[in-house]
Design a protein around this ligand. Structure first.
Ligand code: CUA
Length: 146
């Protein structure tokens, strides 16, 4: 290897090191961190819930975890606003409400929210559409609209 090649390799390796250190310094100075998993103590995600508000509105707090959605079966009335709140307890999961355009991601440390209304009665399967481990294909829950 020629002397010039060695110098170029040394210089580019050193430059990569400088960039990496600058990245770490910037993340540290600005307080940027990888989102942590949702702690089991965060209300209301410490337990999956289904609430009916005084005005009739429904709120469902879903927790996705390997390999189920909690709550697993929820009954809701037709033509009523349903607020979905979704998070994950372990890894990233998907949340697709069959026969609707409700398609969310369940991401550890984050809460996704969406409001929908169901106009047709039926059993709507909720399917995980993000590969999340060996039993991913069994991850299903049901929203029953009556
Ligand atoms: Cu959860 Cu795939």
């Amino acid at each position: 290897m020629e002397r010039t090649e060695k110098l170029v390799l040394l210089f580019s390796s050193g430059l990569l090191g400088v960039f990496f250190l600058a990245l770490l310094a910037a993340a540290e100075l600005q307080g940027i961190n990888v989102p942590p998993c949702l702690p089991a103590t965060v209300y209301p995600f410490n337990e999956a819930r289904h609430d009916t508000l005084p005005d009739g509105r429904h709120q469902i707090f879903y927790v996705a975890r390997m390999w189920r959605f909690e709550p697993e079966v929820v009954e809701v009335p037709l033509n009523t606003p349903i607020d979905l709140f979704l998070s994950a307890a372990d890894v990233t999961h998907g949340f697709y409400l069959s026969w609707t355009n409700t398609n969310l991601m369940a991401i550890p440390g984050l809460v996704n929210a969406y409001t929908l209304r169901l106009e047709k009665p039926g059993v709507y399967p909720i399917i995980c559409h993000e590969y999340c481990g060996t039993a991913h294909h069994n991850m299903v829950a049901y929203l029953v609209a009556k």
